[in-house]
Design a protein around this ligand. Structure first.
Ligand SMILES: Cc1cc2nc3c(=O)[nH]c(=O)nc-3n(C[C@H](O)[C@H](O)[C@H](O)COP(=O)(O)OP(=O)(O)OC[C@H]3O[C@@H](n4cnc5c(N)ncnc54)[C@H](O)[C@@H]3O)c2cc1C
Length: 380
């Protein structure tokens, strides 16, 4: 569909990301998925595209500018590659870069940002706990002040990139119950008192590493407090918006890939003496998929433009996320049906995306929480 916000620069950027995915990622997706991991240098290659550098000063290795349309392009091409696990793991740094850039002190930024942006070292964000992820205001991990140190105790669960990461942004309770008692901390992986174990055998994202993190009297310097004490909740919520937008773009890219796979298959496959594509039932499924994709794409463009203009799009981003995940679920189901038994076999993009729908519908704010939040943000 025509994108009214496209220009030469944005098109060239998106083309470069797509070309990279097609040559450096797509041929290996099945192999890396089955292996449950990918070579470390993939982090560096993906990072070299500049896809995580938005809104980060050039002195730290960032791009020095922001553009939501380009952020959208990154998500689309990551989704279209169908390499959900690889992109989740490499991209884990992206969901901790914003608080790090905005809230960490200069020494930490100078130490961590160049390594994270070059892909040399990994980063992860720890919000969710064994006791729950939706109710962020209720987190139980605690940090108490002991002279010039903070002492962290607790656990974080489902942390993407958590086994590879060298640097973490961790939410912990420093004050009263509820949202007004949470702070963010920068934690080095080699800090005494910090350990981690892998979470294996996931439904999807096989190539990504997911970890449980443990903090047992884990002492960090007072300087590792990021931003104001007890103001972490608001930073977490602000950060979520970029994660959710990126996920929405990925879901749109995943849907585009599903559509392309189905069209190619239906043009080749014959049933009852005719090409599958000639059956009206199949054509209608494709029409529905295409209309859903156009709507997701247009919604992304609209939200990107609102944010680029510096206006508030918080309710829209919440709606965008659940709108894209519910449409992705429909698209994945339709695609699997069009592919028939062939879609059910491991090692193809439709099967992989089908398995990865639910993590998009749950992670980073579930459909239920997004609906709830959006009506609240609309003042209803
Ligand atoms: C593969 C994977 C990777 C992840 N990566 C990260 C990461 O890197 N960092 C991180 O911090 N977290 C991560 N998460 C955690 C993710 O963000 C949480 O799973 C998510 O926020 C939901 O939390 P929960 O699983 O604890 O579900 P719960 O909060 O226990 O909720 C269970 C179900 O109940 C619904 N529900 C909850 N409250 C309500 C309500 N009030 N009304 C109606 N329905 C409700 C939820 O929508 C959900 O469907 C990851 C999760 C997965 C699966």
């Amino acid at each position: 569909m025509l994108n009214p916000f496209e220009n030469d620069e944005r098109r060239a950027f998106q083309d470069s990301v797509r070309k990279f995915m097609e040559t450096e990622i797509n041929p290996y997706v099945d192999e890396w998925d089955e292996a449950g991991g990918y070579p470390h240098e993939v982090n560096e290659k993906v990072c070299a595209l500049g896809v995580f550098g938005f809104d980060i000063p050039e002195e730290y290795g960032g791009l020095g500018f922001d553009d939501m349309h380009m952020r959208k392009a990154v998500g689309l091409e990551m989704g279209r590659s169908s390499a959900g696990g690889v992109m989740a793991s490499v991209g884990a740094r992206s969901i901790m870069l914003k608080p790090l850039t905005e809230l960490a002190n200069d020494e930490i930024k100078a130490r961590a940002l160049p390594d994270l942006l070059s892909g040399k070292k990994g980063g992860a964000l720890g919000i969710t706990e064994p006791g729950g992820g939706s109710d962020v205001a209720n987190i139980k991990t605690v940090a108490h002040k002991d002279s010039d140190e903070w002492v962290l105790n607790g656990q974080k669960m489902f942390i993407t990139g958590g086994m590879q990461a060298s640097y973490f942004v961790i939410a912990a309770r420093t004050g009263k119950d509820g949202m007004g008692g949470i702070s963010l901390f920068f934690v080095d992986a080699d800090t005494p008192g910090f350990t981690r174990t892998p979470i294996e055998r996931k439904m999807g994202w096989w190539a990504s590493d997911t970890a449980t993190l443990y903090f047992d009297d884990c002492r960090v310097s007072a300087d590792n407090l990021m931003g104001e004490e007890n103001k972490g909740f608001y930073a977490i919520m602000n950060n979520f918006n970029y994660e959710r937008f990126l996920m929405a773009a990925q879901m749109t890219g995943m849907s585009m890939r599903l559509f392309d796979e189905c069209v190619a298959y239906a043009q080749d496959r014959e049933t009852f003496g005719d090409k599958l594509i000639s059956h009206q039932v199949i054509r209608h499924k494709l029409a529905d998929m295409s209309a859903r994709i156009d709507a997701m794409d247009a919604y992304l463009n609209q939200v990107a433009e609102i944010v680029n203009r510096g206006e508030n799009a918080l309710a829209e981003i919440s709606k965008l996320k659940f709108y894209c995940s519910t449409n992705l679920e429909e698209n994945a189901s339709a695609a699997m049906q069009i592919m028939g038994g062939a879609g059910y076999l491991r090692g193809n993009a439709v099967e992989r995306i089908y398995r990865e729908v639910k993590v998009q519908a749950i992670g980073g704010g579930s459909e239920e929480i997004m609906r709830d939040l959006s009506v609240r943000l609309m003042g209803i």
